[in-house]
Design a protein. Structure first.
Length: 413
């Protein structure tokens, strides 16, 4: 049930507010730049860097189907969003406080605490995502979804650039220190609290209460959805294959550290490059989505993901001064993936089953969660060149094979 026009405009603004400040908070805790550098500072290995991303992704998708069972039948979904956003803010505030208290020594304890708090943060994201999909689908008309994402990410990019400029100044003055990173994490938590105000402003028309079946009966319905919906099967297949790029996400920064010997200032510079790349690409992704459908963005995302690791190897070897281009395109790729998968999922799912579809897709793509761990182990054993080249070629072959998917094309408009 679509919300009334005044509430739709208010929800557009509230969701855009949340997205803007969430982007600013995320820029200060980037899993591609800030967090890998922090883990290296604490003495972590490539395996620990891969574990970081696995924890972030695992907590986000593994419980989604269980959360969907709880959320789907609730008359209102907004309370779940509010719990999610403020619990996520608390995780960053706790990490920043712990880094301040353990300024000297306790590196192993901080690493363990980092993984525990990242797990709590991602669990909050899992709860929020199933509720967000439903509210987003009711609040934003299909013809405005590309414009919404472009608007949200454009404003988010400006906010992120502002905080990254401050972070760059801090890193330039203080360098790689625990106090520096603790201030970044505290600021991320504060910005996430501000982002939560957008959810407080949402208006949601209550739906009729739908009695939930027992969990066992609910789970037994999932194979039926899988059999009856070829679009769902195609999306899961594409997402599993495209998720090969997750194997490398945190290692673009480590490649720069190992090969180019970059310093603290480069952490902020590359983060800013990623934000700029995402911002500039938003106009393209929004137009492409509204003009040709979410499936077109998804296919473009596949091609970009295949090119990135090969470009990173080439630039690090022959044009190290231009290595920042990797992060510009990484920002574009991450944003295209966010827009593409969210919009394809909303387009595919029946209105009454959006939370279930979100949880089911998350569960069926769970095997990809180990990819960052595999990436860290393979890099330690084979080196950056072999792993980056192998992933790039595999993604390229997948992009060619999956460029045309009739099941997605028929539904992802």
């Amino acid at each position: 049930m679509q919300v009334a026009e005044p509430a739709s405009r208010r929800n557009f603004a509230g969701l855009a507010w949340h997205g803007t400040f969430l982007a600013a908070a995320s820029a200060l805790a980037q899993p591609t730049t800030i967090l890998p550098a922090y883990i290296v500072l604490l003495g972590g290995s490539p395996f620990a860097v891969g574990l970081m991303l696995t924890v972030l992704l695992g907590g986000s998708v593994l419980p989604e189907l269980l959360f969907a069972h709880v959320v789907e039948g609730a008359p209102k979904k907004r309370p779940f969003l509010i719990v999610a956003v403020f619990s996520r803010a608390a995780a960053w505030l706790a990490l920043g406080g712990a880094s301040l208290l353990l300024d000297h020594g306790g590196a192993d304890a901080l690493l363990l605490l980092l993984f525990l708090l990242l797990a709590a943060f991602s669990l909050g994201g899992s709860l929020g995502s199933v509720a967000y999909t439903d509210i987003f689908g009711k609040s934003i008309a299909p013809g405005l979804r590309g414009r919404f994402y472009a608007t949200r990410q454009l404003f988010g990019a400006f906010a992120a650039l502002g905080v990254i400029y401050w972070a760059a100044r801090l890193l330039a003055i203080s360098g790689h220190t625990r106090i520096t990173y603790s201030l970044l994490f505290l600021a991320a938590g504060g910005l996430m609290l501000i982002a939560g105000l957008g959810f407080l402003a949402l208006q949601e028309a209550p739906q009729p209460h739908v009695p939930r079946p027992r969990l066992a009966a609910y789970l037994r319905e999932m194979p039926k959805l899988w059999r009856l919906d070829p679009g769902l099967r195609a999306l899961v297949l594409v997402e599993n294959i495209a998720s090969l790029h997750l194997m490398l996400l945190p290692f673009y920064m480590l490649l720069a550290v190992v090969r180019l010997h970059v310093g603290a200032q480069a952490v902020a510079t590359f983060t800013m490059d990623q934000v700029v790349g995402g911002a500039l690409s938003n106009l393209l992704w929004g137009w492409l989505n509204d003009r040709f459908g979410s499936g077109a963005v998804l296919r473009t995302c596949l091609v970009l993901g295949a090119l990135l690791p090969l470009l990173a190897l080439a630039l690090s070897a022959w044009a190290p001064a231009a290595y920042g281009i990797t992060f510009v395109l990484l920002g574009a790729a991450v944003n295209s993936r966010t827009l593409a998968y969210n919009n394809v999922l909303v387009d595919l799912a029946p209105a009454t089953l959006r939370a279930t579809y979100t949880g089911l897709v998350g569960t069926l793509t769970a095997p990809t969660l180990v990819l960052p761990l595999i990436g860290g182990s393979l890099i330690a054993a084979l080196g950056y060149a072999a792993v980056f080249a192998g992933v790039g070629l595999a993604l390229g072959a997948s992009a060619v094979a999956l460029w045309r998917s009739p099941a997605l094309a028929a539904r992802a408009r």
